[in-house]
Design a protein around this ligand. Sequence first.
Ligand code: ATP
Length: 380
Amino acid sequence: MLNLQLGIRHAVGKQGPITLDLKSSAFDPKEKVWTRFPPEGSKYTPPHSSCDFKWKDYCPQVFRTLRKLFKVDAADYMLSLCGDQALRELSSPGKSGSFFYLTSNDQYMIKTMKKAEVKIFLKMLRAYYNHVRAFENTLVTKFFGLHCVKLAGANQKKVRFVIMGNLFCSEYSIHRRFDLKGSSLGRTTDKPQTEIDEYTTLKDLDLNFIFRLQKHWYQEFQRQVDRDCEFLEQENIMDYSLLVGVHFRDTRDRLLTGGSFDSDSSRGSSPHLSRGDTDPNRFAKIKLGSNMPIRAERTVRKTDIEPQIIGEPTGEFYDVVLYFGIIDILQDYDISKKLEHAYKSFQYDPTSISAVDPKQYARRFRDFVFKAFQEDKFDL
Ligand code: ATP
């Protein structure tokens, strides 16, 4: 962690001209800069108390420009990642074996990556840059830096990691989180109902809400999901998720646990948002996928026969604040995914398997997301 912080301080501290029209050479995967950090310090690096290591910045000019596009202040970025308060390690939320760290101000996440993921990312970097530049409201993860640390000495492993925005950075606490892919096979949490809490990542078949957006937000949502999926499909990417975080505005609703929903405590079906919100800037901070005050309608599954279908709406509405974005976008449809698809197809319905080709994946993802998110007909 100390090496990482030393490296970031070094990388961000370097000044350079910023132009949004980057030359293609800036995206060259070979565009990486190695720096040695001996403990005694060097001409370019400070003395430090960690071990001797090497640090690599991938495409530094591109990431510097991305940070500018995403309106990240350099000093703020550096303080968040390199301040005295250490980064918090999250108890590995994913299956892939990656490690996750969160900055103490909750703004940034660090995820360790496999070599293959770095390769995919570098291959799509130009397209990613063009996409996020063209669409300010894009839902795809915001990436701010890609680095590698290697301890000095033979046989030392490289640790590669990416710095990205935390979707759930908010003054509101997140009470429920859903990771939605649009596939059904194995898409439930493995936790017993009684253990589900605000840190449990629930999945497609656990989803028990339809999120109802106001008309203009819904239209913008549809447009942006279409564009984002088109971009991911073109880049041959699949296995991504829509990560959704739900904050219940009424304290009574926060007591809800996964499946055992006490209907006596439901909030009725008022189309109004909760009163009593005193923050005058609240509306200024609303963006697609961030801080969106909306109504969530509870659903129930009538049958397990077709589990991929979203449950029936119940007419029970909850005032919530919603956060969402498309995460885990660095998996392409490679040979291992093709094999996984072929292998599982013998046993299961091929359309229920997560690993399908990017075109089918995007179509299924969008179909599902447009059922889980709908227009709020009671919009005032
Ligand atoms: P898997 O292989 O299970 O899909 P993974 O190790 O590839 O997982 P991700 O899918 O990227 O990891 O993320 C795992 C979990 O980490 C997510 O379900 C979510 O809870 C959390 N997470 C990932 N990225 C973000 C983000 N940008 N903001 C907030 N939470 C995130």
